[in-house]
Design a protein around this ligand. Structure first.
Ligand SMILES: Nc1nc2c(c(=O)[nH]1)N[C@H]1C(S)=C(S)[C@@H](COP(=O)(O)O)O[C@H]1N2
Ligand SMILES: [Mo]
Length: 324
């Protein structure tokens, strides 16, 4: 049975029912038992997180050593959001997403692949061991957070559908539910929200499909039940509440690129040398928490958000000022 959450409840108060039940449902569907904690390399020991999420935050904080930077509080990560389907103010998604129902959920797989069709989320997640990994996230408005996402590499899922040699790109679509998403009443973007990746970007192990954060199931405002996390790209590439994944031969249209092609490119790799036409992208405000933490330290932005060593080779020979 679905437990509705009143829309006016703040995310800090959502421990109860809804979240716990959904987490239990997902953990059960995954036959997970304890969450495997892998960190992102550098010999981070695998650590078990109790299925009830207890201690997950503490473990995730130790995981911050993986990026060597202080983690953002869960409070800020779940109250300061961009999810325009729930409104354009940063606190709108937390305030307005209580009516959204992330279950049951299915995803349509379409296009240039041997296997296509509509699949229940549980079935898509089943064979993929979940990991919790701490990543820097950099939004286009020049703020960033350090968040422990729970998920698995996108490529592990995509490969199962056996993309054909014509599959050069992957296109993603967000769910379109005007009754549950009040922001859809405003023509801010050409709804539904769409995003895309070149297939080699999509297959890169740093491209993550997330189902949780801080050892918990994704809250609605962060893109429940399934969203992309692309640590080397600007935040808008991290499409939320995905209902369709299509393999395409041509570069797909994306919502932000269609709305303002001079401001938001298809690649959207974090690049301090290429400014947004209306502001510099050379520095960012690192948000650590709510309150004063929202002001954050101003720090220099790094190419590919600090992940150049892992991903720069994907773009060898490209002019990143033109393909921004
Ligand atoms: N469907 C959808 N996905 C979206 C957005 C949106 O408005 N709608 N906003 C994007 C932007 S601009 C950012 S910065 C990230 C924010 O993710 P977070 O709120 O979990 O930090 O989500 C991205 N994914
Ligand atoms: Mo963003």
């Amino acid at each position: 049975m679905l437990i509705r959450r009143p829309p006016d409840i703040l995310p800090g108060e959502i421990t109860p029912e809804g979240v716990h039940r959904r987490r239990r449902a997902i953990l059960k569907a995954l036959a997970l038992g304890p969450l495997a904690l892998a960190g992102c390399g550098r010999g981070a020991e695998s650590q078990a997180v109790p299925a009830d999420g207890g201690g997950a935050l503490e473990i995730a904080k130790r995981g911050a050593n993986v990026v060597g930077e202080p983690m953002t509080d869960m409070d800020a990560a779940t109250r300061y959001n961009n999810y325009y389907e729930f409104g354009t103010a940063k606190d709108d998604p937390a305030k307005n997403s209580g009516r959204f129902r992330p279950e049951p959920w299915s995803v349509e797989i379409a296009g240039e692949a041997e296997i296509t069709g509509r699949f229940a989320l549980e079935d898509l997640l089943k064979p993929h061991p979940l990991e919790e990994r701490v990543y820097r996230m950099r939004c286009v408005e020049a703020w960033s957070m350090v968040i422990p996402w729970v998920g698995f590499p996108l490529g592990d899922l995509l490969k199962r559908f056996r993309p054909t040699s014509k599959a050069k790109y992957v296109a993603f679509t967000t769910v379109n539910r005007p009754g549950e998403m009040p922001g859809l009443a405003y023509p801010v973007l050409d709804w539904p929200y769409t995003e895309g990746l070149r297939i080699d970007e999509a297959m890169h192990p740093l491209a993550i499909l997330a189902v949780g954060l801080y050892g918990r199931t994704l809250p609605n405002q962060n893109g429940a039940p399934l969203r992309l996390v692309l640590p080397w790209k600007y935040g808008f590439k991290g499409i939320k509440s995905i209902v369709r994944i299509a393999f395409t031969e041509r570069q797909p249209a994306t919502a932000w690129n269609r709305a303002a092609p001079d401001e938001y490119g298809f690649y959207a790799n974090v690049n301090p040398a290429v400014d947004h036409p209306r502001w510099s992208q050379a520095t960012e405000r690192r948000i650590t928490g709510t309150g004063f933490g929202l002001f954050g330290n101003r720090i220099a932005t790094r190419p590919f958000n600090g992940y150049a060593e892992q991903v720069a080779s994907l773009y060898a020979g490209m002019d990143l000022r033109r393909d921004f």
